[in-house]
Design a binder for this molecule. Sequence first.
Ligand code: S3P
Length: 427
Amino acid sequence: MDKKLEPVLSLNGSIEPPADKSISQRAAIFSLLHDGVSEVKNYSPAEDPQSTLRCIQDLGAKVTEDGGVLFIEGTGRNGIQAPDDDLDCGNSGTAMRLLSGVITGAGVTARLCGDSSLTSRTMTRIIEPLEQMGAHILARNSAYAPLMISRLDPLKPMNFELPIPSAQLKSCMLLAGLFGETPTRVIESIPSRDHTERLLRLKIEEEGDKRIIHASREDQIPNQNYTIPGDFSAAAFWMVAGCLLPQSEIRLENTGMNPTRNALLHLLQQMGASFVLENERTEGAEPVADIVVRTSDLRAINVPRNMMPNCIDELPILAVAMVFAEGVSVISGAEELRHKETDRIMAIAEMLRSIGANFKEMEDGLEIYGNPDFTFEGATFKSFHDHRIAMASAVLALKGESPSTILDAECAAVSYPNFWEHLEVLS
Ligand code: S3P
């Protein structure tokens, strides 16, 4: 589907972003591991969490729905079943990487596959350490899905120092570790999203700047009875749109405010954005608030390297804000962006090129020469079938002087199925 968008003068109103994609997927997987029934409220209808939900059923969980609540009967760690067919992770790196940890730990044999984007993303980062824990993994060209995982040798718990600040890798290793007789210790020096350790209540030691997270068979898997908060990464599109469009005020209800996820809020504040947080509270193990954003004049910023994992999914929309921020903004140390659903540095560069913005592409990021008075005629944006590029392009399109088109815009549904309806509500 190609989406034609008219420019808009301002955005106003209140919306609730879809349930958090990362937390939904974890709620499903941890419910599978829980020996009993979990009642999960506000599970995300987006494509990635739905792929994960199908996969846990293939591994033996029983899922029913009543009045918007999912009842997930887990198998417990001892009851996980080898699936009859491939586990189809769709577009989801989180599903593939976290489930690979579960399958290794459980010692069942399974084949994980995905769409053309997922099967072109490297899985080496999980293959090598899972093999050290005793898994036998057959991968296409030794690096790509489909992954055929089995384990004949006993599980070998390990101390694992994260070579990259990736929450998917961290969670994969912790999930495998949950099946071990002795603890697996995952050592993290640059913090990444901490939903796994929060929701599983894992033991954490601090050693200087390092966090050492422990997981073993001794850890009880709690039920997942909570309401999943709105996705901060989905709210991010409206946070930037609200800043950029004149006379705008947008209220983003029930938005997750996990401090390992919300760097964009602090970065935009440093750029001059005005936000008010209301109704601050905790849902399950996660902080939640309503965010009110208003039109703001923005100035350029350098994004510090150690903040990257905390805003990695928001960099496409942050780049849009930078186009209209006074001065030179720099994103560097973001090479991980090249390994997302698409090469997002290339995709952001292409998006900025489509409007004639002034920028430089670097191997590990972008330098953007911003101008609050920048104008452009409508453009045709390629989404590269990447949900976050489609939605960032849509926000950019609203600032054009004439209509724009987003190609293959349906991919927004990977994380945000009602994005286009919310745009209409706010316009
Ligand atoms: C995620 C972790 C991040 C993020 C992705 C979701 C997760 O990936 O980009 O959208 O749910 O753990 P990496 O672990 O590859 O950084």
